[in-house]
Design a binder for this molecule. Structure first.
Ligand code: NAD
Ligand code: UPG
Length: 429
C-alpha cells in the first residue's frame, strides 16, 4: 500500500520505518529539512533501538521523505503524526494539527481517487470529526471532499522501545465510521494483526480517541497510586517494593508499572493527563481523581529533597544528581522528575553537579550554569550527598568511594551496593 505520514518525529519516523519494513511504500512529509535529509540519507533522525537499521535498509526505496505536501497525492492513506502539545492553561493545543490538516487538504484538492486520512496523534474525543475532517475537507474543496474518509488510530508505543512496541503491540485500535476505512486499515496492518498476542479493537472514532487518554490516565494513575502506597509504606517502615510485588501477583492488578519513587515524566503522560483534565472540566465534569494523580506525582521530587535534607544540610552542600532523562535509555528530558529535583536542591542553596549517560547536552540548554561531570564517579567525587534520579542500568555498579560524605537518596530503587555508605535512603522503602 502507498502511505504518506505527515510529521516525522518519534511517532512519524518510527511508524514510517516499521510500515516500510512490513512491505509498504512510505513517504514522510515533514517541515524540518534536516529530518528530511537525514531520512533520505538513510540515517535515523532520532535514537530508538531498531530504527537505524530499518531506515538504512529502506531509505531511497520503500521509504522516502520530503517537505512537499503534494507527495500525499501519490498515496492511498495519510497518517497525521503531529505534535498535540499542552497550551499554557493545560488544555490541548491543536494549532499545529490544524495547520497541517489545512496543508493536507490543499494538496488533496487535485487528487481524483479516494483517500483515507488517519489521525495518529493523541487528540481528545471529537477532534478528528469536528476539527481535522472539516479542516481537511474545506481546504480540499467540495469535489475532492466526497472522496475523503477519516479514521483515528491511536498509538501506544513507548520511547526507547518504540520499534518493537509498534511491530509487536498488545493491541491495535481502529476508530472508523465506515467499513471501507476499517478494511483499508486491516489490510495495512495485516502482518501485525496476524501476529499472535496482538489484540484488535474496532470502534467508533470518538471511542478510539478516548482509549488513548484512558490508557495513559490508567498508567499514570497506577504509578501515582503506587507512589502514594510507597509513601505510606515508608511511614510504617515497610518496603513498598516487597509489598507491591506481592500485590502484583493478583492477575487483576499485574506486576507491571509498579515501580514507586520519583514519579512519571516524559512528553506524554503529563500533557495527556492535563488535556484530559481540562477537557473533562470543559464538559462540566470535575476530574478529582486525576487532579490527585497529578498532585501526588508533583510531590515526589520535593519529598526526595526533604529526605536528603534530613541527612545533609543542603545550604552550600555539593550534591550529585545522577540521571537526568525522564526514564532510562533515552536522552529526552521533557518533564523529567530529575529537573524538579535540581530545582528544589538549588532553591535550598545546594550546588548541583549533574551526570547522565546521554541527556546532558539537552539539560545544558536549560541549565547552562550547572556543573556537569563526564562520569558518574567524577560527579560523586567530593560530593556531600547524591541523588539517584533515573534508573539507568549502569548505575547498579556505581562506586561511592570518592564522596566527601557517603549519603545517597535513591529515587528509583536502583540495586546499588550500599555496604560502604554512611546513609542509604530509598524514597518509598
Ligand atoms: N512520543 C511518543 O512516545 C508518543 C507515543 C504515542 C503517541 N504520541 C502522540 O503522537 C503525536 C506526535 O508525537 P511525537 O512524539 O512524534 O512528536 P514530535 O514532536 O517528536 O514530532 C512531530 C513532528 O511533526 C513535525 N511538524 C510540525 N508541524 C508540521 C507540519 N505542519 N507539517 C509537517 N510536519 C510538521 C515536527 O517538525 C516534528 O518533526 C502527539 O500527539 C503525541 O502525543 C507520542
Ligand atoms: O513502574 C513505573 C513505570 C514507569 N514510571 C515512569 O513513568 C514515566 C513514563 O514511562 P513510560 O510509560 O515507559 O514512557 P513513555 O515513553 O512516556 O510511554 C508512555 O506514553 C506514551 C505516549 O502517549 C504511550 O504511547 C505509552 O504507551 C506510555 O507508556 C517515566 O518517567 C518512568 O520513569 C514509573 O515511575 N514507574
Amino acid at each position: 500500500m502507498k502511505i504518506s505520514i505527515i510529521g516525522s518525529g518519534y511517532v512519524g519516523t518510527t511508524i514510517a520505518a516499521c510500515l516500510a519494513d512490513i512491505g509498504h511504500d512510505v513517504i514522510n512529509v515533514e517541515i524540518d529539512e534536516d529530518i528530511v535529509e537525514s531520512i533520505n540519507a538513510g540515517t535515523a533522525p532520532i535514537h530508538e533501538p531498531g530504527l537505524q537499521e530499518r531506515i538504512a535498509e529502506h531509505a531511497g526505496s520503500r521509504l522516502r521523505a520530503t517537505t512537499d505536501y503534494d507527495a500525499v497525492c501519490e498515496t492511498d492513506v495519510t497518517f497525521l503524526c503531529l505534535p498535540t502539545p499542552q497550551a499554557d492553561d493545560g488544555s490541548l493545543d491543536l494549532a499545529i494539527m490544524e495547520a497541517a490538516a489545512e496543508s493536507l487538504g490543499a494538496a488533496l484538492a487535485v487528487k481524483s481517487d479516494d483517500h483515507l486520512v488517519v489521525v495518529k496523534s493523541t487528540v481528545l474525543p471529537g477532534t478528528t470529526e469536528e476539527v481535522v475532517a472539516p479542516t481537511v475537507t474545506e481546504a480540499a474543496g467540495t469535489e475532492a471532499a466526497d472522496r475523503l474518509s477519516f479514521a483515528m488510530n491511536p498509538e501506544f508505543l513507548r520511547m526507547s522501545t518504540a520499534v518493537t512496541d509498534f511491530l509487536e503491540p498488545d493491541k491495535v485500535v481502529f476508530g472508523t465510521t465506515d467499513d471501507s476505512a476499517a478494511a483499508t486499515l486491516r489490510e495495512l496492518y495485516a502482518p501485525i494483526l496476524e501476529r499472535e498476542g496482538t489484540d484488535h479493537v474496532e470502534t467508533d472514532i470518538r471511542e478510539a480517541e478516548l482509549i488513548k487518554y484512558a490508557n495513559n490516565a490508567f498508567l499514570a494513575s497506577k504509578i501515582s497510586l503506587v507512589n502514594e502506597l510507597g509513601n505510606i509504606a515508608k511511614e510504617y517502615g515497610a518496603d513498598a517494593y516487597e509489598v507491591l510485588e506481592a500485590v502484583g501477583l493478583d492477575d487483576r492488578i499485574s506486576e507491571r508499572f509498579m515501580r514507586s519513587g520519583l514519579g512519571w515524566g516524559g512528553s506524554c503522560f503529563p500533557k495527556d493527563i492535563n488535556a484530559l483534565r481540562a477537557g473533562a472540566r470543559e464538559q462540566g465534569y470535575e476530574p478529582e481523581l486525576l487532579d490527585a494523580v497529578v498532585a501526588v506525582n508533583d510531590r515526589q521530587p520535593r519529598r526526595l529533597v526533604d529526605a536528603l535534607a534530613e541527612h545533609v544540610p543542603l545550604e552550600g552542600a555539593r550534591i550529585a544528581v545522577l540521571g537526568l532523562s525522564f526514564k532510562p535509555n533515552t536522552d529526552d528530558i521533557r518533564k523529567s522528575r530529575s529537573l524538579d529535583v535540581i530545582d528544589h536542591l538549588r532553591a535550598a542553596g545546594a550546588g548541583v553537579v549533574a551526570y547522565d549517560p546521554v541527556a546532558m547536552d539537552n539539560v545544558r540548554e536549560r541549565y547552562p550554569d550547572l556543573e556537569y561531570a563526564d562520569t558518574a564517579e567524577s560527579a560523586l567525587e567530593g560530593a556531600d550527598g547524591a541523588v539517584l534520579a533515573t534508573d539507568w542500568d549502569g548505575f547498579v555498579d556505581l562506586s561511592f568511594e570518592g564522596m566527601a560524605r557517603r549519603v545517597v537518596v535513591d529515587g528509583r530503587r536502583i540495586d546499588v551496593d550500599t555496604s560502604g555508605l554512611e546513609v542509604y535512603d530509598g524514597l518509598t522503602w
